[in-house]
Structure formats: C-alpha cells, structure tokens
Design a protein around this ligand. Structure first.
Ligand code: HEC
Length: 195
C-alpha cells in the first residue's frame, strides 16, 4: 500500500514539470475501459491524476488546493457504480482519517467535527482520456449547524474549478441510508479498502 501511494506522489511531482496540455493516458493495447483490471485502473489513475487535480484547482478553490495534502482512503479508484457511473477516489483530512480507514460499522461510529472527505470522480473514454466529474465533499459541522443532514455539509467543486452548488437534500437523501451505523458515510467498496 505504501508503495502505491509513494509512486503516486512521485508521479504527481513529475506531472507538474510537464506541459499543461495533457495527452491521454493510454490504456493497455486492445483493452476496453470496462475490461480494465484494478491494477490497470490504478496505473491509469496515477498517470491522469495530475490533470484531474489541476482542473479542480483552476479557480483557486480552497478545498481543491487543500485536499491534495490528505491521504487516500482506498488503494485505488473504485469502479463505477454509484455517483453517476464514475470512477471514485476519496481522500480524508487528518481529523477524520484514522477513524475512516477502519471502515467501522455500528451505532457508536461518530466522526469528529472538522472531518472532511473529498471524492474525485471521473469517467474514462475509449482513448484513455478523462471525462472529469466533480470533486464531491462532505464536511462534518455538527448537528446544531446542519440538523437536517445529521451534522454533515455537502459541497463540491466542478471540473472547471467553479463551485458546484449541490442540494443538501439530494445528497443526504442517499447518504442518510448510512446514518445509523456509519455516520452517513458510504465508505469505498471492499475491494479497494486499505488493509
Ligand atoms: C445514489 C446515492 C448517492 C447520492 C445521491 C450521493 N452519494 Fe455520495 N456516496 C454514495 C456512496 C454509496 C458512497 C460510497 C461509495 C464509494 O466511495 O465508492 C458515497 C461516497 C461519498 C463521499 C466519500 C465519503 C464517504 O465514504 O461517504 C463523498 C464526499 C460524497 N459521497 C459526497 C456526495 C455529495 C456532495 C453528494 C451530492 C452532490 C452525494 N455524495 C450524493 C452514494 C450517494
């Protein structure tokens, strides 16, 4: 696991040296996007991540600038399922990280106020190019500040770098299924959880 993240860091550092006109990160010869293995997805993500991050950061959004300092809570992007069939990769700030990566279930699971989870989302086109989705964010502010959404505030950054105006109700309608035992968090699919 450490190794994967290590090479991610190196690659994103290298990425900043290259030109801003991004070429598509090639898929393995003859492979369709839907047939990519998790390893191939991870390699494609390592190659593409810098481009994704730069998009979110384009307009100086504070969270977009901040979240790249946080650790990933998955070994690689989860295959599409929820969230509009996009690949998903989540990062959590130090306030909530240790608890998050236990992926705990139970009525006593409660994330500290100040926890922020940021989820990158994207699709992969046939030529390997990204179709970038928004960076989706959940911030724990506490029940007095967000009584209708069980203490969480939903927000986001579009791939253009602009603020994504999300409906608290829309997001929480789905996330509230996880409220009783996971403090409203969905957690990544099991196959990409950290061991
Ligand atoms: C259709 C149900 C659904 C809707 C609607 C939805 N989510 Fe999610 N969300 C999930 C599931 C399931 C996960 C966990 C899956 C994963 O990360 O692979 C998740 C994960 C997340 C995470 C990562 C933290 C975590 O583990 O829960 C964030 C951040 C997030 N969603 C933000 C949002 C925002 C912002 C909105 C509204 C724009 C939203 N979600 C709407 C189902 C939904």
């Amino acid at each position: 696991m450490k190794k994967v993240l290590g090479s991610l860091l190196v690659l994103s550092a290298l990425g900043t040296l290259s030109s801003p006109a991004y070429a598509a990160c090639a898929l393995p010869e003859g492979k369709k996007v839907a047939d990519l293995s998790q390893e191939e997805l991870n390699a494609h993500y390592e190659c593409s991540r810098d481009e994704l991050v730069k998009s979110y950061q384009k307009k100086g959004n504070e969270l977009a600038l901040e979240y790249t300092k946080w650790k990933a809570v998955a070994t690689g992007p989860a295959k599409p399922g929820v969230h509009s069939n996009r690949y998903l990769m989540t990062y959590v700030n130090p306030i909530g990280y240790d608890l998050y990566v236990q992926y705990k279930i139970g009525p006593d699971v409660e994330f500290p106020i100040g926890t922020i989870a940021a989820k990158e989302s994207y699709k992969i086109k046939g030529n390997g190019k990204l179709k970038k989705g928004p960076l989706l964010v959940m911030t724990k502010v506490g029940n007095d500040k967000a009584p209708k959404t069980d203490g969480w505030l939903y927000s986001g950054v579009k791939a253009s770098g602009a603020t994504f105006k999300v409906s608290q109700k829309f997001c929480h309608n789905c996330h509230q299924a996880y409220t009783p035992i996971q403090d409203s968090l969905g957690y990544p699919v099991e196959s990409v959880r950290l061991k």
